[in-house]
Design a protein around this ligand. Sequence first.
Ligand code: PBG
Length: 351
Amino acid sequence: MNNASSSAIQAIPIPVVRPRRLRRTAAIRELLEETRVTAADLIAPLFVKEGTGPAEAVGSMPDVFRLNLEQLVEECRALSTLGIRGVALFPVTPAVLKDSRGSEALNPDCLVLRAVRAVKAAVPDLVLFTDIALDPYTNHGHDGVLTADGGDVDNDATVAILALMAVLHAAAGTDFVAPSDMMDGRVAALRAALDAAGHCETGILAYSAKFASAYYGPFREAVGSAAAAGTKQLDKRTYQLNPANRREALADALLDEAEGADLLMVKPAGPYLDIVRELRDASSLPIAAYQVSGEYAQLHAAAEKGWLDLRKTRDESLLAIRRAGADLILTYFAKSVATDLAGAHTPRITK
Ligand code: PBG
């Protein structure tokens, strides 16, 4: 009896644990997909230039152009039709308007403010994010005004200017001001200035964990901040975060939350997914991540050489950023993803 039952037990093969059951067919895989990217998760950064001339290609960013105002409005209309809900506007300031204090930033009729008014009038539902920092306006390319000896960016003098700038942007109709400067105390100063001016509904998307990254090179070419400084490698390490530091990044980002930021951002995105996840776990605010110009450029460059599949690496890079915990992604791929999704049978990008 004993012998019989023990041999029966021995005859039952030990089941192999088979996780592959969950990956067997496309339909099962789609049912079980944990993370998705939709057009509504993406914010398109757009460059706007003065004048009425033709769109100018940005050399290191294929399919990215500096647009004149009229073209910008058309592009915003097209993006909105494709299901993109937000755009981030960056002005290309003519060199003659740049000075050491970035005075053009406080011109109530400067390019970016005209752009905000034009886009809001034409595509009122599109959510506008505008950058608050002085680098498009300074002849040294830094995000703020310099100290008397020129050796550093003057924190408090810069914050005072940024607060005035934010009020101008809010008055022009931007939905979110986006301080990208990394000065201390800027979020609290912006919030106070906006509220005092009656703009309590204007939000703050804080570039909270913005690293001193070498991935910004193509952007600096696009807006001309590198040319203004006469160098491709602007050194912003006294204000942007050290790429080596995770704890410091988290602490700085949480300060922005405490100061009243509505949305927190990590930038760059792909090389900093651990920071995205850490911030996701530490804050209940929505988290944005900026897939920056260099991340875009490297995928295009490898694809041009035939070394990577552009569409697949594009989709995988964005999926990874969402999986790490980002709710929103600023990406130069926004239009191409939304275009593909709009044409796809099922509106997803992960197949
Ligand atoms: C500057 C700013 C930068 C970017 C957005 N705002 C670059 C910098 O800090 O020099 C970079 C975006 C990108 O690389 O795509 N305030």
